[in-house]
Design a protein around this ligand. Structure first.
Ligand SMILES: Cc1cc2nc3c(=O)[nH]c(=O)nc-3n(C[C@H](O)[C@H](O)[C@H](O)COP(=O)(O)O)c2cc1C
Length: 193
């Protein structure tokens, strides 16, 4: 979907409480790559949003549902998810999975098709993750990556690529030059398709 000046519109959802943390830095590299090929990217810090956990009322799954019954910041995010053709989702590994901020957002996406039928279909997605341990398996990063893969396969969205790497302190990920390069390439790829 191109906007009035013809550029593609992307949405970045950052799931770390650290605004300048490692997963956000990786996402920023993806964003730069996408912008370099003409995409316009809006960024949302999930930690700053009021997003309640899904309450399993199934209102969103009812015939002719108008959407999620919870009136919080997700209501605006649903519209942005629909309007933007590609999403960048970034998360740190917390206790061998994605962060709680990211999972709250993911669970609430259950309601997205109530706002627009086939809302997930054709969306292109880039994933960025960081972890403190030395590899994606012992850190638990693979659990989150698998979760993203299973979810987006189930709803018919396409993961274009996933970048992830080891870094503990905020900003440490910048020294991993090959990963930074890979993230930028992923952004270009996301923006070129
Ligand atoms: C509550 C908490 C739980 C964590 N759990 C893990 C973990 O299970 N595995 C791991 O490798 N690193 C773990 N870490 C380290 C972070 O994943 C790591 O510092 C990451 O780079 C943080 O990303 P951010 O800078 O984007 O927040 C944890 C950190 C915190 C604060």
């Amino acid at each position: 979907m191109a906007n009035e000046i013809g550029s593609k519109r992307f949405l970045a959802l950052l799931g770390s409480p650290r605004k300048k943390g490692n997963s956000s830095i990786l996402a920023e590299q993806i964003i730069q790559g996408a912008e370099s090929v003409g995409a316009k990217v809006e960024t949302i810090h999930l930690h700053a949003m009021k997003i309640a956990p899904c309450q399993s009322c199934y209102t969103c799954q009812k015939r002719d549902s108008k959407g999620c019954a919870i009136d919080d910041d997700m209501q605006a995010i649903y519209q942005k998810l629909i309007e933007n053709e590609a999403w960048v989702i970034a998360s740190p590994v917390y206790w061998f999975n994605m962060s709680a901020q990211t999972k709250l957002f993911m669970d609430r996406c259950f309601a997205l098709p109530a706002y627009k039928k086939d809302a997930f279909f054709g969306k292109r997605i880039a994933i960025a993750m960081s972890y403190g341990d030395t590899d994606p398996f012992t850190s638990g990063c693979v659990n989150a990556l698998r979760s993203f893969q299973d979810t987006f396969r189930y709803v018919g969205a396409k993961i274009v690529g996933m970048v992830y790497g080891s870094a503990l302190d905020a900003g440490e990920i910048k020294s991993n030059m090959s990963l930074m390069q890979k993230a930028e390439e992923l952004g270009k790829n996301l923006g070129s398709q």
